[in-house]
Design a protein around this ligand. Structure first.
Ligand code: APR
Ligand code: PHB
Length: 389
């Protein structure tokens, strides 16, 4: 048994855990990050890739924005397409100049891991059997196994950044959870073909939703609405491209096809756990909340949580004041429910679902967002900054 000490024990090396460790380091607060998987796995995991203005500014601010700036792309607009008619939402014009940055989440994770190791910060990969003990005391412990050895990490504070399937959330007594599962899923592909658009296209079609996103001048990221119990085996690459061609079709525009490098199906879910803290245990990111991917908010919300927590921990260590720490859950949940509202609204606007009445109401909302500057401004504000501004 090996026992070690630190100030903040962080479970999970996703965007939440890694940004938190970086912010704490900048405040001179020591932490240890414990990650279940190995580095290669964590850096290769393909996820979403839209950064709000506030997230991109933060990554710049903490000095991990160089590759994002050189390899990511700033988008000042986004396209909504309804039954083949494309409508551009001028994000920057409608928000006083704000924009999104498209840069894969795994690239953000790579940059954060490199920065963590460059400052000599402790980051343990390949840990398992993580257990949280004495979180009700002022010296909680994280027990874990690594390379066949048992370890006990004593901390002042434990932060669960271990995602939806992690263990931390289950250590919060009397946890209240709120859930909404959607009657559809997303089939996502990464394709080795130049993007056929320089701004995202969210498309509603009678056959279902489709999204054209991008990763680089050589790599496209695309999604299709499928049944929640769909099997990936039922979708050979040819069928995927056929369906994308139909759903994204628009006059005078062509979708280029190419080799599919990666494909997978993810469920769409809304989930919130309350409270996001219990004594010396704090939850951040997907460990506490999940949003459907339509609003592209998952990573931005995770980063927003840890910005609040890092600031509260800095105040606590510098002044002994606990008020910000005590308010952590309430502060975050206000934003979490705001982002849940936007993400659900965007999901119901863009996906094929419901009966004839629902379809009529949906068509009215789609028309309104195209015709009303106020509605477009509302969407733009939420899209560039609901989680971080
Ligand atoms: N012990 C240690 N690490 C764990 C454990 C565990 N028991 N369980 C999970 N982890 C690790 C996972 O391997 C993962 O690397 O915790 C990390 C959680 O990272 P994310 O799932 O990326 O969650 P978060 O940092 O909150 O970022 C949220 O990630 O999934 C996307 O769409 C989501 O964009 C959102 C973002
Ligand atoms: C992505 O680029 O992977 C992406 C973009 C927008 C979304 C979801 C995912 O809403």
């Amino acid at each position: 048994m090996r026992g070690t000490d630190t100030q903040v024990g962080i479970v999970g090396a996703g965007p939440a855990g890694l940004v938190l460790a970086h912010l704490l380091h900048d405040s001179g607060i020591e932490s240890v990050v414990l990650e279940l998987h190995d580095r290669a796995y964590v850096e290769a995991r393909v996820r979403a890739g839209v950064l709000e203005q506030g997230t991109a500014d933060l990554l710049d601010g903490i000095g991990v924005g160089d590759r994002m700036r050189s390899e990511g792309s700033v988008h000042r607009g986004v396209n909504l397409q309804f039954l083949g008619r494309r409508h551009r939402i001028a994000l920057s014009e409608l928000t006083g100049g704000k924009a999104i940055t498209v840069y894969g989440q795994q690239e953000v994770v790579k940059d954060l891991i490199a920065a963590r190791l460059a400052v000599g910060g402790e980051l343990q990969f390949g840990v398992d059997s993580v257990g949280l003990e004495s979180v009700d005391t002022d010296r909680p412990v994280i027990s874990y196994r690594q390379a066949g050895h048992e370890h006990r990490l004593r901390c002042d504070v434990v932060v669960g950044c271990d995602g939806f399937h992690g263990c931390s959330r289950h250590a919060v007594p009397r946890l209240r959870t709120y859930e909404r599962d959607y009657p559809f899923a997303w089939l996502g592909i990464l394709a080795a073909v130049a993007p056929s658009t320089d701004e995202l296209i969210y498309a509603f079609h009678d056959r279902g939703f489709a999204l054209h996103s991008l990763r680089s001048p050589e790599l496209s990221r695309l999604y299709l609405q499928v049944e929640p119990d769909e099997e990936i085996e039922a979708w050979p690459d040819g069928r995927i491209w056929e369906e994308l061609q139909v759903r994204l079709a628009s006059e005078g525009w062509t979708l280029a096809e190419g080799p599919v490098l990666e494909k997978g199906i993810t469920a769409l879910r809304s989930f919130v756990a309350e409270p996001m803290q219990h004594a010396r245990l704090f939850l951040a990111g997907d460990a506490a909340h999940i949003v459907p991917a339509t609003g592209a908010k998952g990573m931005n919300l995770a980063v927003a949580d840890v910005v609040v927590l890092a600031r509260a921990l800095d105040t606590w260590y510098r002044t002994g004041r606990e008020d910000e720490l005590r308010a952590y859950s309430a502060t975050c949940l206000r934003r979490v429910w705001r982002v849940q509202e936007f993400s659900m609204w965007m999901t119901m606007l863009m996906h094929r679902h419901g009966d004839a009445f629902t379809r009529r109401v949906q068509a009215a909302s789609q028309a309104y967002v195209c015709e009303s500057e106020a509605a477009a401004r509302c969407l733009a504000e939420s899209y560039v900054g609901a989680a971080t501004l």
